[in-house]
Ligand binder design. Structure first.
Ligand code: ADP
Length: 187
């Protein structure tokens, strides 16, 4: 299975991705997670990415594209993957499309988790990550509307978009997700 998780920050992509990865036994590839780890380890990538993460802006495409390209070509990604946080704009989606054709790994679905803004803000404030301050949250939501939300039409027009109601208890979201993917037995 190869799936792309879409949806605004705070929608629960990471939580659902982890459950899905465990059940389907495929890697969960979170660009935000990889970037945050790079920042905390002070790697060259982390040093370049830090200012963007802290401000709630997208990290430049060339950096993120390089890391996704490398990750998707690791041996464990051959049997499938869950992409969480990538693509985040149309240029990234186009690069991904070309890359997946080149490595003969077509994706199955793009999945959108829908959650109203006030609930997103509530969840992110509760999470309290370094970039979960009120001002940065506001900017991340703005960036989402401007740059990431257009991807919904991109995938809808390719008839590969699945929408899941993310505004329900975590377990109910998992059940809806697994049903949509025709996966049996959420643990
Ligand atoms: P959330 O979806 O909850 O905002 P993520 O962990 O997915 O959290 O992303 C956190 C931050 O990582 C983003 O605000 C952005 O700075 C950076 N980031 C993650 N993925 C990408 C990407 N595909 N392109 C550019 N920046 C990214």
């Amino acid at each position: 299975m190869r799936v792309i998780l879409l949806g605004p920050p705070g929608a629960g992509k990471g939580t659902q991705a982890a459950l899905l990865a465990e059940t389907a036994r495929i890697p969960h590839i979170s660009t935000g997670g990889i970037l945050r780890q790079a920042v905390s380890k002070l790697t060259p990538l982390g040093k370049q990415a830090k200012q963007f993460l802290d401000a709630g802006e997208l990290v430049p495409d060339d950096l993120v594209v390089q890391l996704v390209e490398a990750r998707l070509q690791q041996p464990d990604a051959r049997k499938g993957w869950i992409l969480d946080g990538f693509p985040r704009n149309i240029p990234q989606a186009e690069v991904l499309h070309t890359l997946l054709e080149a490595i003969a790994q077509p994706y199955d679905y793009a999945i959108d988790f829908t959650v109203p803004d006030d609930e997103l803000v509530r969840r992110m404030l509760g999470r309290g990550r370094g970039d979960d301050t009120e001002a940065v949250i506001h900017r991340r939501l703005e960036v989402y509307r401007e740059q990431t939300e257009p991807l919904l039409d991109y995938y809808r027009s390719r008839q590969t978009l699945l929408a899941i109601d993310g505004n329900q208890p975590m377990k109910a979201v998992t059940t809806a997700l697994f049903e949509a993917l025709q996966l049996s037995a959420a643990a």
